[in-house]
Design a protein around this ligand. Structure first.
Ligand SMILES: [Zn+2]
Length: 226
């Protein structure tokens, strides 16, 4: 039944009915203009039922931060090893080579792992950003990481740069492209020809990095929660 496959979202702004994937919530939304009847909207959805099913089936499975799980971090595979021991007083995390060793009294240590990965994300992305800013003789005021759903990076007029922390799970060329993109905004606050030329010159592999983000960026949302 199509009614079980889609989530209805009434919209004041929508001019026509549409089906849209929300990769964060892992649902297909049926966006219905305010004045359209639900019956008519479901009729539209039913006509595209195959697309809805295929889209949901194609979603890559979520990756939780549990024992044995492998995560690509800045392009290197890191395996989570969790030693659960209820007698431990606190949770400790140590990363060496390709292992993230977690010793914890908690059964679910995923929020601690998330915090650790966010720290790694901030440090690594700040290094990459500073390196690129140095090339063009610009200064960054600050680099922060956020839990954004739709934007991978942003740059303010006064040089504050922020990234989605989940960017670290992208292929290295893609991370590099997003960093180059934000650094290029330190010079051009638009998406003009000059901006793209600078962005390209600051990227290792602009074409592939950008292509991957456009076509697979959504997949980064499957890592961890919150
Ligand atoms: Zn931009």
């Amino acid at each position: 039944m199509i009614e079980d496959l889609v989530t209805v979202k009434r919209s004041k702004r929508a001019k026509r009915v549409a089906l849209r994937l929300d990769p964060v919530e892992r649902v297909v939304n049926l966006v219905v203009p305010e004045k359209m009847s639900l019956k008519k909207a479901y009729f539209f959805a039913r006509e595209h039922e195959e697309w809805v099913r295929e889209t949901l089936e194609k979603l890559p499975p979520p990756i939780a931060f549990t024992d044995g799980e492998k995560l690509p971090v800045f392009g290197d595979m890191v395996t989570i090893k969790i030693n659960h021991n209820p007698e431990l007083k606190r949770t400790t995390l140590k990363q060496y080579d390709d292992i993230l060793q977690v010793n914890s009294y908690q059964i679910d240590a995923s929020s601690r792992i998330t915090t650790h990965l966010k720290k790694i994300a901030r440090a690594g992305l700040a290094d990459m950003a500073n390196e690129k800013a140095h090339i063009i003789n610009k200064k960054i005021s600050s680099v922060s990481v956020r839990d954004t759903k739709s934007r991978w990076g942003s740059c303010s007029q006064d040089g504050r740069i922020s990234f989605s922390w989940r960017l670290i799970f992208a292929p290295y060329d893609s991370i590099d492209y997003v960093v180059a993109h934000e650094i290029a905004h330190l010079v051009h606050m638009d998406h003009s020809k000059d901006f793209w030329a600078l962005c390209r010159s600051l990227s290792c592999n602009y074409v592939e990095g950008k292509y991957w983000m456009q076509n697979h960026g959504n997949e980064l949302m499957r890592y961890g929660k919150g």
